[in-house]
Write a protein that binds this ligand. Structure first.
Ligand SMILES: C=C(O[C@@H]1C=C(C(=O)O)C=C[C@H]1O)C(=O)O
Length: 390
């Protein structure tokens, strides 16, 4: 057996496959044109079934017993997916989404100057640090709940809303993901903040004096090992890390402490009793800035979409293939159960890319046509707390 010779044979066969594939796709172009003239949908499920049954039958050899029918079914499923992708590209009409994206690309592509920025919690909270990192000229306005942030942007009370969406230790902020379905908004910036949790107490208080610690549930879960190593300290949940710091500064009991940022120590005149008490060496939280206007800055390199997929074998795979074909890197996939359904999910995808690429606009338009629910959440740049672009 000669490997070189075998590979030459494979090369020869590949040439035939490519040549036949090109012929097939040429005819598929004509089919798309026929469908456009006769107003027919791209997908024809019965025809696909016939194609699959026919080619699968050809892939079994009654004499040798060789059976490649499963492989051939898979191969032709992929070939027909590509055929539909091409037809959809041929037929992609001028939709409202593609017009809105083109408009956003033509409009002035800069973020608002000196915007009013909605943040959850109180000053010193990580959201406020992210807000200042993204909008150094912004005027911060604080709200109690994440839903208030969406509301304030919707009502036009604030130009921008800042929300945490993911932490590298504790995972996604599910509340925020669930609220995203309820509101219409556009992501205009992303920010990755390095989170450093400190133990803060009143001046003069030593570590051994501390009996109770207050903080937000996420911060507590990120400091789990530290708290477990000190079981005599009672743990209390608080609405927000900075609010916990403020509570400690106002509380008469000197045995209380808060887990919050170093910035909170300055704002609420507390001392840093212990620096860096989180478990993981590096801990980041990702934030998004939302607006009710689609705004795509020139440096945008990340996209977010939300969609539902049919309950069918391979539907997620087929979707991801479409991203892969455009060499778009998926950076996050989150799924959240849809209320009042039988385990149906809403998927959130983040991927790399800039909407100035016409192929991406076509992909988005296609997804909008294919999915029962589809929302283009935005195309934006993600910065990190060092000021660098990630
Ligand atoms: C080419 C067609 O469009 C689609 C693609 C098919 C294919 O590539 O074979 C088959 C059925 C349709 O879902 C067609 O309708 O024949």
């Amino acid at each position: 057996m000669d490997l070189k010779n075998m590979r030459e044979q494979i090369d020869g066969i590949d040439e035939q496959i490519v040549s036949l594939f090109k012929n097939r796709m040429r005819i598929v172009h004509d089919v798309a044109e026929y469908k456009r003239l006769n107003n027919l949908p791209v997908l024809h499920t019965d025809r696909e079934q016939q194609v699959l049954d026919r080619v699968a039958a050809m892939a079994t050899d009654p004499v040798t017993g060789d059976d490649l029918s499963d492989y051939v079914r898979f191969l032709f499923t992929t070939i027909m997916d590509l055929s539909k992708t091409q037809q959809n590209n041929d037929l992609t009409a001028d939709t409202r989404l593609s017009r809105t994206i083109h408009q956003a690309l033509e409009d002035g592509r800069t973020l608002p100057v000196a915007p009013v920025v909605a943040c959850q919690g109180v000053d010193g909270a990580y959201s406020s640090m992210a807000a200042r990192g993204m909008f150094s000229d912004g005027k911060l306005r604080f709200y109690q709940d994440f839903s208030d942030i969406f509301e304030s942007v919707k009502r036009g009370e604030c130009d921008i809303g800042v929300l945490p969406i993911e932490n590298s230790t504790a995972g996604s902020v599910n509340n925020v993901y669930d609220l995203m379905k309820k509101y219409q908004f556009h992501i205009v910036r992303g920010y990755r903040l390095e989170v450093r949790h400190c133990l803060l107490a009143k001046p003069g208080v030593h570590f051994d004096d501390i009996t109770d610690v207050y903080s937000h549930t996420q911060a507590i879960s990120q400091c789990h090992d530290f708290l477990q190593a000190h079981p005599n300290i009672r743990v209390h949940l608080y609405s927000n890390t900075a609010a916990a710091a403020r509570f400690v500064s106002e509380c008469g009991d000197r045995g209380v402490a808060a887990i919050a940022s170093r910035e909170c120590a300055d704002i609420y005149r507390l001392n840093v009793v212990l620096d860096e008490i989180k478990d993981a060496k590096r801990n980041y939280t990702r934030f998004i800035a939302i607006s009710n206007k689609m705004l795509i800055t020139e440096d945008a390199n990340r996209m977010s979409v939300a969609l539902t997929l049919p309950h069918e074998a391979g539907s997620l795979y087929k979707l991801i293939t479409q991203f892969a074909m455009l060499e778009l890197n998926l950076t996050k996939l989150e799924s959240r159960p849809l209320p009042d359904t039988n385990f149906e999910f809403l998927f959130y995808f983040d991927f790399t890319g800039n909407a100035a690429n016409e192929h991406i606009i076509k992909l988005l338009t296609r997804l909008e046509q294919q999915c029962d629910y589809f929302a283009f959440l935005g195309n934006y740049r993600e910065l990190d707390s060092s000021g660098a672009i990630s």
